[in-house]
Each structure stands twice: as structure tokens, then as C-alpha cells.
Design a protein around this ligand. Structure first.
Ligand SMILES: *Cc1c(COP(=O)(O)O)cnc(C)c1O
Length: 363
């Protein structure tokens, strides 16, 4: 197989990012310094949330969210089958059981109308960066967590994703292919003072400092972890966040260009955001009939198309959940045909033209 010249996603790092990280390297606090709080405040302001708590990655952040929301043994937590394993594992980590709700082919998100009224929790994944409509749930589960790993910058009619208009907590990822990057990184937003405090303890060993007892005194009040982001990462995140709007508008241009260039091609184009919402366009997942052939042909041309995702019930680790493919027919249909085309801020028009020409020659 040829090496990938045009990946499906890629970070955009510039001189200002390098300067921001270098400044931290020249200072005293590589971690547990003031840049974490500055990054958290900037994200909270951006998404209209009361609190933001940074983590080492979104997987740890989802674990923290599930824990502080009170999910635990005996709880059943719905999520989409068309997502990354972390969306379901956060339920497993706290002893709860995930259940899979089939997707709606018109959004590729879990169909909110299909979420059982019996579930205790919901991890609502905004697939590709398109917000799930949480207002069409038949009933609001006790706990609603938005897995917005792909959706920083998206909006719903009720405000930015992350504002938690219809959820308890929202989780973002800053992995290099995501809307902005900190290398590895994640963050939880919430409007609950108690959950924010619990998240800060969760990521820092369950520790509470009590200088009123003794200047050195601290207590471990609940089971925690070391899931702290570093100041190096937070500085990169702050610098990246200042360019989020530029990243989003370039992604929008690329998506519009695909839509125009592929208008008459025999492919199903990705769902668009409904009126009043905006799409973060993390992925550009088209559907093609001869997916394997197209995948191989594109890779032979150095184009790193990818399949998002191998459905959760296909993984051996989830065999205990007892799903057969026929239980989730819309997800199976999508999975047979899905292929993510390159979309990232640094993709040039020339490279996009090459992607489209290569794709057309394979259809
Ligand atoms: C990327 C991603 C995650 C995991 O994020 P990490 O920061 O890599 O841990 C979780 N859920 C979804 C939907 C993702 O796309």
C-alpha cells in the first residue's frame, strides 16, 4: 500500500502555536500552572458554559463525566452504535451497561426518538460534528452526556454545543484530527457547580486541599485519577482556539466544494445541518456502493480515506451485549457504505480536486 499523502484529517499548527508552547517551556510551570484555568475559561466562554474542566484526553473526560453524573452499577446507558469505543466504555468504566440505539440514516446520529424511556443515561454522540437533536427524545434520561469529541464549534437552535442546554455535561476531544488540538486532550463543560468540583477532584486523585487545618494538609475524599492536562497542552489549546472560527470556515468551504463537485456523482453525500444548527464538519462521510474498491483505489493514490466507524457491536469486547447485526439495520447499511473523504483546514483546492477525480474514476 502506498504511503498516505492526503490524510482524512490533520492538525493545523502555525508559528503562533509553537510560540505559545515555547513560552511555557521557558517558564516555571509545565503542569498545574495558570494556563490550564485560562484555557478552561476560554472554552467555557466560547460555548456558553458555566464551567470547563480539562483532561488528558476525551476518553478520560467521558469517564469523569459518567462518574460525577452518578452513573454506576445497575444503570443502563444508551449510545450510538456508529461511534468510537470510548462513547460506550465510559459507561463500562463506572460499572453501568451500554445499550445501542440504532442510527437515523438522514443524520447518521443515533435516532433520539428510538431511545428507550427506560434508560438511566444517554451518551449522545454528535457524529462527524452534526449535533444530535436532544429535543426529540421521548423522555429525558436521568443523565445526559454529550460526546462532542468531534463537535467543538457546532451550534444548535439552543446555543453552542457545550452549553449543555439539554444535557448535564458535554465532552470535547483535542486529538490532532479533531476541531482543535492539544496533542492529546479532552475537556468537560457543565453548568453544575457540584459536577464541576467533582470533575476537578476526579482528575486529581480525589484531592481537596485544606489549608485551614494545616498549611500542607490535603484530604483524598473520593476515588480519583491523574487525568490532568499539562500547561504545554493548554497553551497550545488556547492558541488553537483563537483560530477555531477560521478552521470552521475553511472546513465549510471544503464541504460546500465537495457538494458542488460531487453533485452528480453516484454517492450519498453527508447529512447537512438543519436550519438553526451548524455542523463542525470534523468528518466528510460519503456513502458509496463499492466501498472496498474505492478505499483500495484511493489509498493506492495516496489518499487516506477512512471508515468511521466499525460499529460498536462488531467488536469482540462488546459480544456480551448480545447484539446481532440485524438488530441495528440502519447502522449496518451505513457501515457497509461509509467512507470519510479528506477534510481539514490545510487541505488545498488542488488536493481536493485530486481527491474528487480519483473518487470519480473508481465509482
Ligand atoms: C475522538 C473521540 C473520542 C475519544 O477522544 P480521545 O481524546 O482520543 O480520548 C471519543 N468519542 C468520539 C465520538 C470521538 O470521536
Amino acid at each position: 500500500m502506498n504511503s498516505v499523502r492526503i490524510p482524512y484529517g490533520h492538525q493545523s499548527i502555525d508559528e503562533s502555536d509553537r510560540r505559545a508552547v515555547d513560552e511555557i517551556l521557558r517558564g516555571d510551570r509545565l503542569t498545574q500552572g495558570p494556563t490550564i484555568a485560562a484555557f478552561e475559561q476560554a472554552v467555557a466562554d466560547r460555548v456558553d458554559a458555566d464551567h470547563a474542566v480539562a483532561f488528558t484526553n476525551a476518553t478520560a473526560a467521558l469517564h469523569g463525566a459518567a462518574s460525577v453524573a452518578g452513573l454506576g452499577p445497575g444503570d443502563v446507558v444508551a449510545t450510538s452504535p456508529l461511534t468510537f469505543i470510548a462513547s460506550a466504555n465510559c459507561a463500562r468504566y463506572v460499572g453501568a451497561v451500554p445499550v445501542l440505539t440504532d442510527i437515523d440514516l438522514s443524520t447518521l446520529n443515533l435516532d433520539p426518538r428510538g431511545v428507550s424511556t427506560e434508560v438511566d443515561g444517554l451518551v449522545a454522540v454528535h457524529y462527524a460534528g452534526l449535533p444530535v437533536d436532544l429535543t426529540s427524545l421521548p423522555a429525558r434520561p436521568r443523565v445526559v452526556i454529550e460526546d462532542a469529541a468531534q463537535a467543538l464549534g457546532a451550534r444548535t437552535p439552543d446555543g453552542p454545543v457545550g452549553g449543555c442546554a439539554h444535557s448535564d455535561l458535554t465532552v470535547f476531544s483535542f486529538h490532532p484530527v479533531k476541531p482543535i488540538t492539544t496533542g492529546e486532550g479532552g475537556l468537560v463543560t457543565t453548568n453544575s457547580d457540584e459536577m464541576a468540583e467533582a470533575l476537578r477532584r476526579f482528575r486529581n486523585h480525589g484531592m481537596v486541599r485544606r489549608p485551614e487545618v494545616d498549611p500542607w494538609y490535603y484530604e483524598i475524599v473520593d476515588r480519583g485519577y491523574n487525568h490532568r492536562m499539562t500547561d504545554l497542552q493548554a497553551a497550545l489549546g488556547l492558541s488553537q482556539l483563537s483560530r477555531l472560527d477560521r478552521f470552521l470556515s475553511r472546513r465549510t468551504e471544503i464541504a460546500e466544494r465537495y457538494r458542488y463537485l460531487l453533485a452528480d456523482a453516484p454517492v450519498v453525500l453527508p447529512p447537512e445541518a438543519p436550519a438553526g444548527s451548524t455542523h463542525a464538519l470534523h468528518l466528510y462521510p460519503i456513502r458509496v456502493q463499492n466501498r472496498r474498491q474505492v478505499y483500495d483505489g484511493m489509498h493506492a493514490s495516496g489518499i487516506g480515506v477512512q471508515v468511521h466507524y466499525v460499529p460498536l457491536h462488531h467488536h469482540p469486547v462488546n459480544s456480551d451485549l448480545g447484539y446481532r447485526p440485524s438488530d441495528l439495520p440502519a447502522c449496518e447499511t451505513a457501515y457497509r457504505e461509509l467512507l470519510s473523504l479528506p477534510i481539514f483546514p490545510g487541505l488545498t483546492d488542488e488536493d481536493q480536486d485530486f481527491v474528487v477525480a480519483s473518487l470519480r474514476s473508481l465509482l
